[in-house]
Design a protein around this ligand. Structure first.
Ligand code: ACO
Length: 439
């Protein structure tokens, strides 16, 4: 044993690394709290051997880009879009303005906002053939699967979208996607219900129009309660970006091949579909329904602690004290339930939260309710079936994905995503043809 640590941080902003295999020392510069993986690659036993690499499944401690879109301090529960705190945006802004902010990097002037709103509203309709192929899905198709396929299919309707080097072209595709996602989402919903698809009503605002496409029947005009419109708009704002999460990483990774943005966003929708990401609120509701009544909570918690299952809607890769979005959503619950009546599962959710927050297992692991713990209850109050929850998330997240994609395609340091592996398989086996192996 030696008293000298193998790796020491020095004041000049570098690491001195001594490779105990060779006795060689290396100076590795530290920039913005990171070292370059390529610098570690210079550490090698011999010229023939590959350099040192970092093993980091899930990228838990690897920065993949420089980004000026969203700031998160997980320990302090801070979330900011382009420097603006999420609490202020949720209270004082609206989703379209937040979308503008994320993509353009600053708040719009009145004229810029009016143009933006006009552009988005103008592009809400989709080609009739989109409607035809969506109608071709099975009657019970999951709306998220329909959305993933249809947003990807938009790339075939706008082949010019592959021209990602042209700023005007990029802008047009981003406008189209933000405008059309609610149309695709609403039609996926109507499809599962066996109801006719409703065309956009461009007299309505972004979120009110979405609700109209979802719920309009024979009435001439569908105008949702403004409190519900506001609550859903806030939910869209809360979901609009979250820096380098699983789906954003998927968008960036696929986008790094320089494919068109519809294909990159389709990859993001696919990533969001999974239960550990956007699918968690659907899982929360199923869990609450399975628990059924308050008396069953202790047994359920014991099962979680025994490792039988997870307490869905709890825990976060980044937030380790509280998720600021969960706090805002809890407030939005009250507004929505004022219109729709209280969801009976709310009582179970609150009791579950109370018990878990006092339990040593969850306290020790810093597990707190995340954005998904309460959002499902709100969505259910809107009468969305659980399959629709992730679709709502995807609509909200679209401007964030696009802001991140735009940053990627403009970033000269970015390369095609191509991680390393540690190969664990066999080598140099002799192949014996099937005709001989199966004798
Ligand atoms: N219930 C019970 N135990 C949990 C939970 C949970 N929800 N989350 C984490 N743990 C435990 C793990 O088992 C682990 O315990 P151990 O140290 O005894 O092995 C410890 O807490 C640390 O967990 P990790 O898996 O290392 O945490 P990680 O940061 O990788 O995972 C994640 C974060 C995926 C969100 C996880 O907390 C989880 O699966 N939560 C439930 C699903 C969920 O709500 N997802 C929504 C996330 S928010 C969003 O995507 C919008």
């Amino acid at each position: 044993m030696t008293d000298v640590p193998a790796v020491t941080a020095n004041e000049a902003g570098s690491l001195t690394v001594r490779d105990n295999r060779t006795g060689s020392e290396y100076e590795v510069p530290i920039t913005d709290g990171t070292i370059k993986a390529a610098d570690l690659g210079k550490i090698r036993v011999s010229e023939e051997e590959p350099g040192l690499a970092v093993y980091d499944p899930g990228f838990v401690n690897t920065a993949s880009c420089r980004s000026a879109v969203t700031f998160i301090d997980g320990d302090k529960g801070i979330l900011e879009y382009r420097g603006y705190p999420i609490e202020q945006l949720a209270e004082k802004s609206n989703f379209l303005e937040v979308a503008y902010l994320l993509i353009h990097g600053e708040l719009p002037t009145k004229e810029q906002y009016d143009n933006w709103e006009h552009e988005i509203t103008y592009h809400t309709f989709v080609h009739e053939n989109v409607k035809t192929f969506m109608q071709g899905f099975r009657y019970d198709a999951h709306p998220m699967g329909m959305m993933m396929a249809s947003v990807g299919a938009l790339s075939t309707f706008y082949p010019d979208a592959r021209n990602i080097g042209d700023p005007d072209n990029r802008h047009m595709q981003m406008v189209r996607m933000i405008a059309k996602m609610p149309t695709l989402g609403a039609w996926s919903f109507r499809h599962a219900q066996g109801k006719p698809y409703i065309y956009p009503d461009n007299d309505l605002g972004y979120t009110a129009n979405f609700l109209s496409m979802l719920f309009k029947m024979s009435e001439k005009k569908f105008e949702a309660d403004p409190r519900l419109v506001k609550a859903l708009d806030v939910l869209f704002i809360l979901h609009a970006d979250h820096e380098q999460n699983c789906s954003t990483n998927a968008v960036r990774s696929v986008g790094s091949s320089q494919v068109d943005p519809y294909s990159a966003v389709a990859a993001g929708v696919g990533a969001l579909y999974g239960p550990l990401h956007g699918g968690a609120n659907e899982a929360v509701l199923r869990m609450l329904r399975r628990i059924g009544k308050k008396e069953n909570i202790p047994a359920f918690i014991e099962g979680v602690k025994a490792g039988n299952e997870k307490l869905m809607g709890f825990g976060h890769r980044v937030y380790k004290n509280f998720d600021p979005r969960a706090t805002i959503i809890k407030k939005a619950c009250d507004d929505v339930f004022e219109v729709t009546g209280v969801n009976p599962l709310l009582e179970i959710a609150k009791e579950l939260e109370k018990i878990a927050l006092e339990d040593e297992y969850f306290v020790k692991r810093k597990l707190y309710p995340n954005v998904d713990f309460y959002s499902g209850l709100i969505y259910e109050a809107f009468q969305f079936p659980p399959e629709m929850f992730t679709v709502l998330f995807a609509i909200g997240r679209t401007p964030g994905w696009l802001a991140q994609w735009l940053e990627l395609v403009q970033d000269k340091e970015q390369k095609i995503a191509r991680p390393k592996q540690i190969y664990t398989g066999d080598r140099q086996l002799d192949f014996v043809p099937a005709s001989e192996r199966w004798k």
